[in-house]
Design a protein around this ligand. Structure first.
Ligand code: AMP
Length: 410
């Protein structure tokens, strides 16, 4: 499943269309849109530098927000072109269209090692519809298609799947960028034959979102640690009480099947033995949590809601993590957005970083765990953090992502 990358082909003087993930958070400031976090732009720099240093003419295609096929000025990628130009220290041309004559002209003007960013792909409904005509226009006269947008690879859109088909049909090449390569290496190859013990930590809101991941990882992991609200559905499955906690009662059978599979395969499967609980209340018509405390029991009392894992669970989870040689973590242990309930998530983050320092490989499967690590200032202390949310989950489920399938194998 190893994919060919930009390092495997000759890019000299080639016309390249590269799909990148520039879906960056922006806010309006003094009437203009300003980028709040340029992590995603920085993440593409190694790929872009490799291409420009090889003398390729690089056209960049990306989406921003959900303009739903309309031209929404606040979702223009123009500020991204400006920021990219500063970061890469070379001019980045911007074209107000992503297809049509204006785009074709701008592309033709590109010189060797030049960079051009096209306007938001999602100004056209044809992008998400994977319209073949739109994909052909977008492909223009490109000889090479590069996909470096792992976060968009689980969608079969014109820029992730259609364009690759166009290039492949006319004898061009479709390859992975360096960021995409790292995603596939860590979420794919590294987890295929992990160094053991392999400890998987899963949290977040719902069992239903992650059950396929749990099921697949039950075939690979030595230990699975479950936190977050999804742990309460497992508590129900074990006949424990969950009070007012967020649960999915219709998924108890699914949780039971996972527990059963774990027992049969000898996978250690831990759920919290204590929790931080809080009283859900309404203050001035607004929902709030009051009276939080540690509930030192597996059962959660009727009147309260579980909002984080407790200190005993932190100790047990940390001990399992400390013995790991490979770790995969996806999903927070509690409602970490509220600092009163962030302790469990931050303690797990700390344990993961400590074992990484001792030589273990830690792979963070995107989404809220990445946010939590960055919030704790520990983002640079793990082996790899995925840039994909939905894409990383689907990949971990073992699904073939359309944007990856379209790329040439090594
Ligand atoms: P996910 O996107 O599935 O990883 O879920 C992340 C969300 O799960 C975060 O917004 C957390 O606030 C939420 N979450 C984690 N633990 C709990 C909990 N005990 N009760 C309610 N929500 C939770």
């Amino acid at each position: 499943m190893t994919k060919r990358t930009i390092n495997d082909i000759d890019l000299r003087g080639k016309r390249v269309l590269a799909r990148v993930d520039y879906n960056v958070p922006m806010a309006r400031q003094d009437g203009a849109m300003v980028i709040n976090d340029d992590t995603r732009i920085r993440a593409t720099l190694p790929t872009l530098r490799t291409m420009t240093e090889s003398g390729a003419k690089v056209v960049l295609a990306a989406h921003l927000g959900r303009p739903k096929g309309e031209r929404v000025q606040s979702m223009s990628l123009r500020p991204v072109a400006e920021r990219l130009s500063e970061l890469i220290d070379q001019p980045v041309a911007f074209c107000e269209q992503c297809v049509g004559q204006t785009a074709a002209k701008a592309t033709t003007k590109l010189e060797d090692s030049g960079l051009l960013l096209l306007e938001n792909l999602r100004y056209h409904a044809e992008e998400e519809a994977n319209d073949p005509g739109f994909a052909t226009e977008l492909a223009g006269d490109a000889e090479v298609y590069v996909n470096d947008a792992f976060g968009a690879a689980h969608r079969a859109h014109a820029s992730t799947a259609g364009v690759a088909d166009v290039l492949n049909d006319r004898g061009g090449q479709s390859v992975a960028g360096l960021l995409m390569e790292r995603e596939l290496q860590f979420l794919g190859d590294e987890l295929e034959s992990p160094k053991r013990p392999f400890v998987v930590i899963l949290g977040g809101a719902k069992v239903s979102d992650k059950i396929k991941v749990i099921d697949r990882l039950l075939e690979k992991a030595n230990t699975i640690l479950i936190g977050g609200a999804m742990a309460y559905t497992f508590k129900l499955a074990k006949g424990l009480t969950v009070g007012k906690s967020l649960v999915e009662r219709d998924k108890v059978d699914v949780a039971l099947a996972a527990l059963d599979k774990a027992a049969k395969r000898g996978v250690q499967f831990l759920i919290p033995t204590d929790n931080v609980v809080a009283m859900p209340t309404e203050i001035d018509g607004k929902f709030a949590f009051g009276d939080h405390r540690v509930n030192d029991d597996e059962n959660i009392p009727d009147e309260v809601e579980g909002v984080d894992i407790g200190p005993k669970s932190v100790a047990a989870f940390s001990e399992a993590i400390a013995g790991a040689r490979t770790i995969l973590w996806n999903g927070p242990m509690g409602i970490f957005e509220d600092e009163r309930f962030a302790g469990g998530t931050f303690a797990v983050a700390k344990a993961v970083c400590e074992v990484t320092t001792n030589g273990a490989k830690s792979i963070i499967g995107g989404g809220d765990s990445v946010k939590a690590l960055n919030k704790a200032g520990l983002g640079d202390q793990v082996t790899f953090m995925s840039t994909g949310g939905g894409a990383s989950l689907e990949f971990l489920e073992g699904k073939e992502l359309p944007g990856v399938a379209a790329l040439a194998d090594k």
